[in-house]
Design a protein around this ligand. Structure first.
Ligand code: PLP
Length: 389
């Protein structure tokens, strides 16, 4: 299999697995225990906290471990709603992940108001519109993702923070897709809250973290034994935490060593080959402010659901720009928010690369896409030319 669905989840790095194994085997003590075994495990948690903090430019005391991106996001929204009841508004965009959209629905069902800021056709938030929407004394929180999971489009976070803070609103960013794939520094871009997830950066599923700026007040979503300095109750997922720490340390190394450029080269090679053979192909999203890992492409006159089946037969794992719910194909809400017509959304596929891919993967995938598109169009009797490659 050629795995090109890294935005859905990533393979666990063997070094991450190695790092966590002792905490599944012999280092099983409860980190709250006062004896030596417990203290050893506690030290491992604190080391991991430092590793995650270092990746973000944060202080270790600003990191809380959670079960993943969804929990972190829900925790921030619930906390802000509870602590600032006099400010009813939450601002999001229409391209947010379901975890933000559903959490926003809950905000509304609890008496708050949710305002959706428009995005440009390239997927970036319309800053002029956002500026008008953020209202002093009314807007409690602006919650906008740092990088989009479908398009890879990177938000203008400096500007978002400046205009939200200028109106006295807090900023949360869903950075699940951004962390480890681009340089982030919460000192330089002073968001108040940031959510991240282990399984998007080569750690296992079910572990994540929340950056809580020391400036921001926070009321925990989960209360219990007072773990995580009273910010997240529940016995810590020690193997997961150690894994996330190691994954963060590796991500920091790879951000510094040219891995990002290598991934971008393979992604660009993929797009170049596909485009050379199928010139009508369009890449969704802002061309330059885009994660180097992601290619979200519209192949006109090819049904994405059918393409997924053909590509699967060729051993290529990727995703579509539409999801099948109860037998009906729904256009991606991200593309919808960007004003892409349902017909193009139904022809859209997402290929997402990681450091475990090679240039050969990119080339094989491009050739498979070209071949499958040709087959599909032949079957549909479509007149688009397919150039040889
Ligand atoms: N936010 C984004 C942008 C994501 O891509 C995902 C996962 O698909 C999540 C949030 C949810 O993260 P998790 O799976 O860790 O709950």
């Amino acid at each position: 299999m050629i795995y090109l669905d890294a935005n859905a989840t990533t393979p666990v790095d063997p070094a991450v697995l190695e790092a966590m194994l002792p905490y599944l085997r012999e280092q099983y003590a409860n980190p709250s225990a006062s004896y030596a075994g417990g203290r050893r495990v506690r030290r491992a948690i604190e080391q991991a906290r430092g590793q995650v903090a270092a990746l973000l430019g944060a202080g270790a005391e600003e990191i809380v471990f959670t079960s993943g991106g969804t929990e972190s996001i829900n925790a921030v929204h619930a906390s802000v709603r509870a602590l600032w009841p006099e400010k009813p508004e939450l601002i999001i965009t229409g391209t947010e992940h379901a975890a933000v959209l559903e959490s926003a629905n809950r905000w509304e069902s609890q008496g708050g108001r949710v305002v959706t800021a428009p995005v440009h056709p390239d997927g970036r938030v319309d800053l002029d519109a956002l500026r008008k929407l953020v209202r002093p004394g009314i807007t409690a929180l602006v919650s906008i993702m740092w990088a989009n999971n479908e398009t890879g489009v990177i938000a203008p976070m400096d500007e978002i923070v400046a205009l939200a803070h200028g109106a006295g609103a807090l900023v949360h960013t869903d950075a699940v897709q951004a962390v480890g794939k681009m340089h982030l520094d919460v000192r330089a871009t002073p968001v108040d809250f940031l959510s991240l997830s282990g399984h998007k950066l080569h750690a296992p599923k079910g572990i994540g973290a929340l950056y809580l700026s020391q400036r921001a007040r926070f009321a925990p979503l989960l209360v219990g034994g007072g773990q995580e300095n009273e910010r997240r109750g529940g016995t810590e997922n020690v193997p997961g935490i150690v894994a996330l720490g190691k994954a963060a340390a590796l991500a920091a190394e790879h951000l510094a060593d040219g891995t990002k450029a290598r991934i971008k080269t393979m992604r660009d090679r993929f797009e170049h080959l596909v485009h050379a053979a199928l010139p009508e192909v369009r890449v969704h999203g802002y061309p330059t402010h885009r994660l180097p890992t992601t290619s979200f492409i519209c192949l006109p006159e090819t049904d994405a659901a059918g393409m997924l089946i053909l590509l699967d037969k060729e051993g290529i794992a990727c995703s579509a720009g539409s999801a099948c719910h109860t037998g009906t194909l729904h256009a991606s809400h991200v593309l919808e928010a960007m004003g892409v017509c349902p017909r193009d959304a139904a022809c859209t596929l997402r290929f997402s690369f990681s450091r475990f891919n090679t240039k050969a993967d990119a080339e094989a995938a491009a050739h498979a896409v070209i071949e499958c598109a040709r087959k599909m169009r032949e079957a549909q009797g479509c007149e688009f030319a397919v150039l040889s490659h």
